[in-house]
Write a protein that binds this ligand. Structure first.
Ligand SMILES: [Zn+2]
Length: 290
C-alpha cells in the first residue's frame, strides 16, 4: 500500500469533526408528519447541541489540545452567534453545512448558490472572515455541486465515503484544487448512538448502543487508520456525543490517540492545504475510480 506523507513524519492524520446541526435535522424530519412542524420534543433534542454540548466538547478538546472542525448550518450559526464565536476563539474551524441542513440533490444550481451565499454572509458577520470548507448535509450532492463549490472558491469538502485518504475532486474529467476529505459511516456517532422514539431514529428502532462497544469500534478504526497511515475523519454530532455519559467515549478515545505521540491532529483546512502542497495535480488528469 502506498505510504502517505504527513507533516513532521507523523504516522497518520486525525480530523475531528462535529456537525453542529442544532434542531435543523429534527425540524426537517418532523415535516414528514401531519402537524409535525409543531413537534417540540424532537426539536429540543437538537437544541441540546448548541445549548449544552458545545461547552462540554470545548472543555474536552481544550484539555487534550486538539483542533477540530465544526460544520454548522447557517441558520444554527445565525441563532447561536456566541457559540460560534466561542468555538472559533478556542482555535477550531467552522465549515458550511447548508442553511437549514437542506438536501442538495433536491436543489437547483441557483438554489445551492443562494444557500452557500446566505450562509457565508452569516459566518463572515460572526467570524470577520469567510469559511472555506463544506460538508454536505443529509442526502447527497447534486451532479452540479462539485463545480459550484469549485467556482465559489471552496478549499475542500468532507462529504464522500469512497476513500480513506484525501483526494483532488475531478470535475469535467480534470483534477482540481478542490480537496475531498472523505469520512465513513463507521466513524459517525449518529449511526452508532442517535435515538428518538417518535419520529423514529433509527427507523427500525433498536438502539442505544453500549458505550463501551462504541468506544471499542472507534478505537479499532483509529488503530487501523494509524496502521495504514491514512486520514481518519471522525464525524460526530455535539447533540449525540456531547452528553454527560457519552462525552467519556470521546475523552477515552482522545487519551488513546494522543498517547501515541505520532498522530497529526488537523482541521479540514489544514489537511486540504497539506494535500494540495504535497500531492500536486497529476499529469494524467483522468483517473479511473474518482
Ligand atoms: Zn448534519
Amino acid at each position: 500500500m502506498e505510504k502517505i506523507q504527513w507533516p513532521q513524519g507523523r504516522k497518520c492524520a486525525v480530523m475531528l469533526t462535529f456537525d453542529l446541526d442544532g434542531d435543523t435535522t429534527w425540524a426537517n424530519g418532523n415535516r414528514d408528519y401531519p402537524g409535525g412542524e409543531h413537534f417540540i420534543k424532537s426539536t429540543s433534542i437538537g437544541q441540546y447541541g448548541p445549548k449544552r454540548s458545545a461547552d462540554m466538547l470545548l472543555e474536552v478538546l481544550g484539555r487534550y489540545q486538539v483542533p477540530a472542525t465544526f460544520f454548522v448550518p447557517g441558520q444554527v450559526a445565525e441563532r447561536n452567534p456566541l457559540v460560534i464565536e466561542k468555538i472559533a476563539a478556542a482555535g477550531h474551524e467552522i465549515g458550511h453545512h447548508g442553511y437549514t441542513h437542506e438536501r442538495f440533490f433536491d436543489k437547483t444550481p441557483q438554489e445551492q448558490i443562494e444557500i452557500f451565499q446566505k450562509s457565508q454572509e452569516i459566518y463572515t458577520k460572526i467570524l470577520g472572515k469567510p469559511v472555506t470548507g463544506f460538508r454536505t448535509p443529509s442526502g447527497d450532492w447534486s451532479v452540479e455541486t462539485p463545480s459550484i463549490l469549485h467556482q465559489l472558491g471552496f478549499s475542500y469538502s468532507s462529504s464522500m465515503r469512497g476513500d480513506d485518504r484525501p483526494y483532488r475532486t475531478v470535475i469535467d474529467g480534470k483534477e482540481t484544487d478542490l480537496i475531498e476529505i472523505p469520512t465513513r459511516w463507521e466513524l459517525d456517532d449518529y449511526v452508532e448512538m442517535a435515538y428518538n422514539f417518535f419520529p423514529a431514529e433509527p427507523c427500525g428502532q433498536d438502539r442505544i448502543s453500549g458505550y463501551s462497544c462504541v468506544l471499542d469500534n472507534f478505537t479499532r478504526e483509529f488503530d487501523g487508520y494509524r496502521r495504514y497511515g491514512l486520514c481518519c475523519v471522525f464525524m460526530m454530532h455535539p447533540q449525540v456525543t456531547g452528553t454527560p455519559g457519552k462525552i467519556q467515549i470521546l475523552e477515552k478515545l482522545l487519551a488513546h490517540m494522543t498517547a501515541k505521540g505520532d498522530v497529526w491532529f488537523a482541521t479540514g483546512e489544514q489537511v486540504a492545504q497539506w494535500w494540495r502542497k504535497t500531492y500536486p495535480i497529476a499529469l494524467n488528469t483522468t483517473k479511473e475510480g474518482k
